[in-house]
Design a protein around this ligand. Sequence first.
Ligand code: PFF
Ligand code: NA
Length: 453
Amino acid sequence: MTAREKPKNLWMGRWGFVLAATGSSVGLGNIWKFPYMTGEYGGGAFVLVYLACIAAIGIPIMIAEIGFGRRGRGSPIDAIRRVARESGRGSGWSLIGWMAMLCGFMILSFYVVVAGWSVSYLWKAISGGLNADSVDGMAAIFAANNANPWNLGFWSTLVTLATMFIVGKGVQEGIERSVSWMMPGLVIMLLIMIGYAMFSGGFGAAVDFLFGFELGKLSSEGLLAAMGHCFFTLSLASGAIMTYGAYLPDGKSIARTTFVVAICDTTVALMAGLAIFPIIFANGMDPSSGPGLIFMSLPLAFQQMPFGTLLEIIFFIMLTVAALTSAISMVEATIAWLNESKGISRVKASWGVGILLWIVSTLAMLSFNVGADWTLAGKHFFGWLDYLTSRFMMPLGGLGMAVLAGFVLRNEIFRSELGLSNAQHALWLFMIRYVSPLGIVLIFIDALGVMDL
Ligand code: PFF
Ligand code: NA
């Protein structure tokens, strides 16, 4: 048996991990993706399945993922290899880590484009460029913002630079320091938005739409989407949470922090839905209008509200901050790996990865203008990055981690790492062995029947 690996980096503050992990999980997935997916997949049924996935698949796997990180004390590749080796298993398992790292990079490549939308809308809000008196007018603004690759590329490049700048500065000085003011700021802005939304009325239709559970309405495609989104929203199987877990001091409860992160994430998603759908219904908009949903509906609503411009500015600052705290987590695995295993300085690694990221994200950005016709099976490059990561890579990585943690490793490893009571541990083991993997496999099988690849 190998000696327990010493940590190279640790969160300094008591709240370091919780802030960083919540920062990673609360992001565009909650405020941008969850509402438009719920709209596309028909509302309540999607929400119900999504919540079930969080409980049955997401939470047990997040516990395992943080456990792998802390036990192996390194990037996903190294952490998984070390933990597997501790049980006498081969380094082939580190493939899960490779896939996670690639997955985090692929997600980031389209994520910076959406974050770029957010920054560009912040700028429009400040400079008075979000004036239109109808949904169609707002849709035209969104289309015009996308049409010029130089414009769109400028904003996504800005996000790429900011992300790599923070990550390059290091775990404590860069990531921890930035989340320690961005996350409290995010909470304050969120509370302002919610307080405001509560008085703007029109909740009824939104509540019906989000919580009117009609399971019959859910397609296989929607089921697969809900499972994929559960991984996406909790930042699972993309290297982020595992790498952050590698910096978690011994003795902190992994299960407890997991619950905090998952509850915050779910709350923000539901609240985003409750804030956005009233506006959509009040304006007779189509809830299934896709990725542009919040960029067309919200500005329209803000215009008609007292202090609307101020709130609009707060909203897009909030969205940008939420996106940045997630973006930095997606690339940390790669930077940690280059730094720890390849001996490359964090600053150099950030430049290298940043340039690669810029190239791939620029290709993703072009999906909205000159590359709109570069499609395969009806999806452009941006769509493929999203589809492949959420529907396949993350669930597969989650399945791999569940099998490794539940069946392959010696039991003492997670017993000592998680430090749960016997009953709690038995429950976690049952979930990670049977419920989570079975859930993933069944949804895959169900989806196989309808895939039109
Ligand atoms: N959880 C983030 C969100 O909901 O926006 C997205 C994300 C972050 C996915 C980090 C994957 C990841 F590694
Ligand atoms: Na999320």
